[in-house]
Ligand binder design. Sequence first.
Ligand SMILES: NC(=O)c1ccc[n+]([C@@H]2O[C@H](COP(=O)([O-])OP(=O)(O)OC[C@H]3O[C@@H](n4cnc5c(N)ncnc54)[C@H](OP(=O)(O)O)[C@@H]3O)[C@@H](O)[C@H]2O)c1
Length: 322
Amino acid sequence: MKNIKISLLGLGVVGSKLLDYVRENGSELSRRLEVQLSIDKVFVRDVAKRRAVDVSDLILTNDPYEAVKDGDIVVECLGGSGAQQTREIVLSAIKAQKAVIMSSKKCLALYGREITDAVRENQTYFRYDATVGGCIPVSSVLESMGKCEKINKIYGICNATSNYILDEMQNNSTYASALQKAKEKGFAENDPGDDVDGFDALYKSVILAGFGMGHWIDCDTIAPTSIKSITAEDFCKARQKESAIKPIFSVENKDGRYSCFVGPSAVSRDSILASVKGSNNMIVISSSESGERAFYGQGAGAKPTASAMFDDLVKTIKEIRH
Ligand SMILES: NC(=O)c1ccc[n+]([C@@H]2O[C@H](COP(=O)([O-])OP(=O)(O)OC[C@H]3O[C@@H](n4cnc5c(N)ncnc54)[C@H](OP(=O)(O)O)[C@@H]3O)[C@@H](O)[C@H]2O)c1
């Protein structure tokens, strides 16, 4: 039976949930796939920190390269704003021909071209479903469409925090009270800047264009519009026109010219985008042969994100086995 070692980078909200899933489902997975699966080393910033999960059988290290060295599959769940540090760790893992599963959307959006080039050059495995769309298995959809379809446009709603806040404001809440409610429900982080100002959705749009259209948009060339720019008057006008204001993203390829929009936009109340509520996401893919296809599901939170990573882990083990 083949031994497969997992190196886990990060044991925060997502990493801890993923560890739970591996512990709960690992032996069944090992039996089904005929592998001996283990998590040995885990990279964290502070090895002495009290953890929400039992770490007594794990080796915690504050040296990411030490964790990467011993694993066959490197699962990255790193937080913080250190996209550059994450890039270096991920590239070192790829160059050592480890299979890599990523969750850091900012790092992948900023360095996607370099990372995917390195994956190709080093002929290793790479998965990224946790970076965009939560539980929507969008990478599998994009891979399966690559055969005869040309993807012209990908659009929808991919930020739960902004979606929830705009829905609340549509029902007469102020921005401040809607944000407070979003925090209480766990839809918003303490610092919601990247979410409400559109950067989170921008990173996801760039990743979707990169994998869906083969074109990596430079994040610095796109200025997202913050939902904070929306006023009570905007909601009033939208209501009069039977519309709702939703946090929309869109990337489009028109004859090789790429455009990207991220920001609040009025959509008809009858449209499928208007029906996307709370923490849900919708990704609509428009392609040459099949027209539009829409994918819907929970987009935020530890459970859908860690579940997407667990699915990536299963796919990666199957690839390694074959
Ligand atoms: N939470 C979600 O719903 C969600 C959804 C989709 C994608 N993601 C992505 O998943 C990744 C992990 O998110 P999370 O919510 O699990 O983050 P988190 O709770 O803040 O955990 C981050 C982990 O990274 C470790 N770490 C190592 N170096 C760090 C540094 N320089 N700054 C901050 N943390 C550092 C931390 O170590 P210590 O534990 O020792 O502090 C911690 O274990 C992020 O890239 C996020 O964008 C999250």
